[in-house]
Write a protein that binds this ligand. Structure first.
Ligand SMILES: Cc1cc2nc3c(=O)[nH]c(=O)nc-3n(C[C@H](O)[C@H](O)[C@H](O)COP(=O)(O)OP(=O)(O)OC[C@H]3O[C@@H](n4cnc5c(N)ncnc54)[C@H](O)[C@@H]3O)c2cc1C
Length: 598
């Protein structure tokens, strides 16, 4: 089953959730709608023709470590060359770097497409973009001139080296050492694990961004610095010089994304340490890293959307072909395609609605980044950045949870064949499972939402967002349109649940922090359900507006039907989640760790 990029759905989400018309009119996005559609359309063609055909074979072969060098699966090298030559690696990069300076919304839309077609491949440009962002934001002019043009063009790739065996979520304990040298460089020694695309033969150089600690650094996260450590050292004239002292010492064997090499990286095994160059200031590495991590968190959320979209397409295709039983409308003596059964229809509606809600949240977040980037006055810039900061953990965690859930439903729709690798449904499920873990686990995202984002500007950022959600919910309710069913009421209740839960959380954080933290994940889910439901409802309202004059929009219009289904079947969960948060925390903590383990 060939992947088909959902160009219309992406454009619809851009217009209704990311306010495309407004951000173009306001100057935050400097390209017109037709150009955006054309880019997304072309990306879809490239993904279907080049990346999709390698998805299954890449999963089966996997990346291999041969004589100390990582080999990607067959066809990867040609696909990567075509990707870079097609200008896809440089889509979001500045024109001064040879890029196309396209907005974040387009970068995220195309990222969805690469990852739907082939997530093992899509990870490589995703991480390179994070590394580019960090150097752009905090690198010296020399670092920028030396590395950015080749990274932006895709000639070199980038990595993020945070994790160590004893320092994953808690980076404050990382031990990799950086010793300053008289010439202004640093010597890096240590081991990093789980480094995505830490080594490969796709490009002639790999630029590692490495977190390390100076000898006299204060303990914890205040003593971390960030370094550029190229695989091959770059001479003053830009040519490639000697090999740096960094090697891939092993590849992990994983549940999914087999084609993406997950490397153990050793720095300075050969003697004095790998040569590194400081990015930003000493001991301020985590701040720099946050630039990279925030961009990457949104991009990982988009991977959740991508895998959900792909799993949905595959499940629909199977459900149309597979015949079992007789549906309510089926002819006597004949088996019906399973897509006619009410339970399968529920599954497919859930897959579609969840995917579209998650996409809407991710693209709305990307739009805020575009607004911030283009803003000329500081107030507008800060407002957009705050909104993006609020939504980023939701975009990451809600969308990746959805990725796993939708991929799991996809397996279910296939019945026994879903468990058999040949249909491809199982690969999506295996690939999806990493998404709630890397780039900060979803548990950590929920804590971030609760402890840092809820309180942004004394809670005003959240309050402003909830007001906007409530306004749309009320608009739907007040419209009294029969085709909307009780969508308006359900969304009003969901937004009220978010408001109540937020208020309760704000108070609990003052004195009952553990109970608040116990409810962090349900709170993030509640947030995602309310926000996702409202974005879909905005789509339904847009359909009604667009059909004004040509008679009432039908309740069977797919956009209206999905929005209504989401509100009436999933957003209703928001109220129960509020109860979980408000009254469930104490019970969650009833058993002390010893009793829990007993
Ligand atoms: C395939 C793959 C690719 C990866 N790619 C990269 C990469 O390119 N670069 C890189 O640097 N890293 C990478 N990682 C590492 C990844 O980001 C970490 O695995 C992740 O951040 C979690 O860290 P950990 O594995 O040490 O888990 P731990 O931190 O040990 O967490 C274990 C569990 O405890 C929970 N937990 C931890 N601390 C808290 C807390 N304070 N409160 C509540 N719960 C908590 C977590 O949510 C989790 O459920 C990758 C990992 C994998 C598997």
């Amino acid at each position: 089953m060939t992947y088909r990029a959902p160009v219309d759905d992406i454009m619809f989400a851009l217009k209704t959730a990311a306010d495309l018309d407004e951000i173009i009119a306001g100057g935050a996005v400097a390209v017109d709608e037709d150009t955006i559609r054309a880019v997304i359309d072309e990306a879809g063609k490239f993904a279907s023709a080049v990346l999709d055909p390698l998805n299954v074979s890449g999963d089966r072969t996997g990346a291999r470590l041969v004589d100390g060098v990582v080999e990607t699966p067959d066809g990867w090298k040609d696909a990567y060359r075509a990707f870079a030559e097609g200008g896809w690696a440089s889509l979001a990069a500045d024109e001064s770097l040879g890029g196309q300076n396209l907005p974040e919304i387009v970068a995220m839309a195309t990222s969805e497409i690469w990852n739907s077609a082939n997530m093992g491949f899509g990870l490589c440009p995703l991480l390179t973009q994070g590394a580019i962002d960090a150097i752009v934001a905090h690198g010296s002019d020399t670092l920028k001139a030396t590395y950015l043009p080749n990274m932006a063009s895709g000639r070199w790739t980038g990595t993020m080296n945070l994790t160590e065996p004893h320092a994953g979520s808690d980076l404050g304990h990382l031990r990799t050492k950086a010793v300053p040298q008289p010439d202004g460089t640093y010597r890096i020694t240590g081991t990093k694990i789980f480094i995505t695309y830490g080594d490969h033969e796709l490009t002639e150089n790999i630029i590692h961004l490495v977190l390390a600690r100076l000898p006299d650094a204060p303990p914890g996260t205040r003593g971390i610095s960030l370094f550029v450590v190229p695989k091959i050292l770059v001479n003053a004239d830009g040519s490639l010089g000697e090999r740096n002292d960094v090697v891939c010492a092993g590849l992990e064997h994983k549940l999914g994304i087999h084609a993406s090499p997950t490397c153990v990286m050793k720095y300075g095994e050969g003697g004095e340490g790998a040569v590194g160059y400081l990015v930003g200031e000493e001991n301020r590495g985590l701040n720099v890293m946050f630039v990279m991590m925030n961009a990457a968190r949104l991009a990982v959320g988009v991977q959740g959307v991508a895998i959900a979209e792909r799993a949905t397409q595959r499940a629909i295709s199977y459900a149309q072909e597979r015949k079992q039983g007789r549906s309510a409308k089926g002819r006597a003596g004949e088996m019906s395609p399973i897509i006619e059964h009410a339970d399968i229809r529920r599954n497919l509606m859930t897959m579609k609605a969840m995917t579209q809600a998650a996409r809407a949240i991710c693209l709305a977040t990307a739009a805020e980044l575009d607004k911030a980037h283009a803003a000329t006055d500081e107030t507008a810039r800060k407002a957009a950045l705050d909104r993006a900061a609020l939504l980023t953990p939701v975009a990451k965690a809600f969308s990746t949870d959805i990725g796993v859930e939708v991929a799991s439903i996809g397996v279910q729709v296939h019945g026994g064949m879903g468990f058999i690798e040949e249909t491809g449904a199982a690969q999506h499920y295996r690939d999806a499972r990493i998404l709630p873990i890397y780039e900060g686990t979803n548990g950590i995202q929920a804590i971030d939402l609760l402890t840092r984002k809820l309180t942004l500007e004394g809670g005003k950022v959240l309050a402003g967002y909830i007001r906007e959600l409530a306004k749309t919910a009320e608009e739907v309710r007040a419209s009294n349109r029969p085709e909307f069913g009780v969508m308006g009421e359900r969304l009003t209740q969901a937004v009220a649940a978010l408001e109540d839960a937020s208020r309760w959380m704000g108070q609990a954080l003052q004195g009952n922090t553990e109970a608040a933290l116990a409810g962090a994940q349900p709170y993030l889910r509640l947030f995602g359900l309310a926000a996702g439901g409202v974005y879909l409802a905005r789509g339904a309202l847009a359909v009604v507006r667009d059909s004004a004059g040509s008679g009432p929009a039908s309740g069977a219009n797919p956009r209206i039907a999905l929005a209504r289904f989401f509100a009436e079947n999933h957003a209703v969960g928001a109220t129960a989640l509020k109860d979980t948060i408000v009254t469930g925390g104490d019970a969650t903590l009833l058993l002390e760790p010893e009793a829990l383990a007993g």
